[in-house]
Design a protein around this ligand. Structure first.
Ligand code: MF3
Ligand code: CO
Ligand code: CO
Length: 294
């Protein structure tokens, strides 16, 4: 199959989308095999990313990380989640990005903010942050047509021992998953490592929400479960780009969706935390396209 990447054709004399500052014809166009729309050998629904695509997602990822940093600098007790939404929305637009959550399947805001027992997809509003809260901020940005998706869980003021525990376990769960990423390992290996680690710490893994392919769209194939069996599922190949975003609960894994149709909370109201990065499978392992230390 020979198709131009995406449906948008880049002019030969246009600036190269890899951000080199050179003309496209003097840069990535030279490597024209990167123009093929490559598909995963086992699952044709998985669209592999070219060098140009990867640079586009990396650029979007940079903006996502800058946005998360801006939010972190602004976080303190007494502010509303709406003020986080405004910050994310305005900063994204100012940097020529589009906040992907806004109007996505009817989601009404530009970022997800999930506090304490909220697992994910919390809708910003008039709620005020209190000392001791934990809050996950999940930013997905479209830049020049490419999507990057990352989140972190932050402390407000002094965390309780329980808050420290769940945030540490969630952070390390993402790390354990990422360390499994290399060609010929499987998606099952990623889920297996996360499940083994987090359950070993006495915590539980949410099953209803999973990581996902990302880059050309918000949610692409494949799904990336945060539980599973070694050697099961799709094999990883270079050029795959997907999120790993384990949601880890201090108590049971069961969840409830609130009447707003979005916010997921733990059924037992125990604390839940999450970290997410957008990960590229490379020839030798992995590269985070939304890198931050874990
Ligand atoms: N960013 C979330 C994820 O990691 C998805 C949010 S969907 C929204 O996949 F509509 F709530 F924004
Ligand atoms: Co995601
Ligand atoms: Co996300």
């Amino acid at each position: 199959m020979t198709q131009p990447i995406r449906s948008v054709k880049i002019g030969r004399n246009n600036p190269c989308p890899c951000n080199s500052g050179k003309k496209y014809k003097k840069c990535c166009l030279v490597n024209s095999s990167s123009q093929q729309d490559r598909r995963h050998p086992e699952n044709a629904r998985i669209k592999l990313k070219s060098t140009i695509d990867i640079q586009g997602i990396r650029n979007a990822g940079k903006l996502v990380l800058q946005t998360l940093q801006l939010v972190e600098d602004h976080l303190k007790q007494g502010i509303t989640t709406d003020s986080i939404n405004t910050l994310v929305h305005e900063f994204t637009l100012k940097n020529n990005g589009i906040p992907a959550p806004l109007n996505y399947r009817g989601f009404p805001k530009s970022v997800c903010t999930s506090i304490n027992e909220q697992i994910c997809h919390g809708i910003p509003g008039t709620r005020v942050l209190n000392d001791g809260d934990i809050i996950n901020v999940d930013v997905t940005t479209i830049l020049n047509g490419y999507y990057a998706d990352a989140n972190k869980t932050f402390f407000i003021g002094e965390p309780s021992a329980e808050a420290k525990k769940i945030v540490d376990v969630a952070r390390q769960s993402l790390n354990e998953g990422i360390q499994m990423v290399k060609p010929d390992n499987t998606l099952g290996d990623i889920g297996w490592a996360i499940q083994k680690y987090s359950q070993g710490q006495g915590c539980s893994v949410v099953r209803e929400f999973v990581g996902h392919g990302v880059g050309f769209e918000f949610h692409e194939a494949p799904q990336v479960p945060h539980f599973g069996s070694k050697n099961a599922g799709t094999r990883l190949v270079p050029g795959m780009v997907f999120t790993i975003e384990p949601m880890i609960n201090l108590g049971g894994r069961e969840l409830i969706i609130l009447d707003d149709k979005w916010t997921a909370i733990t059924k037992d109201r125990s604390l839940s935390a999450q970290f997410e990065q957008t990960i590229l499978v490379t020839e030798t392992g992995w590269e985070s396209l939304t890198p931050y230390p874990l």
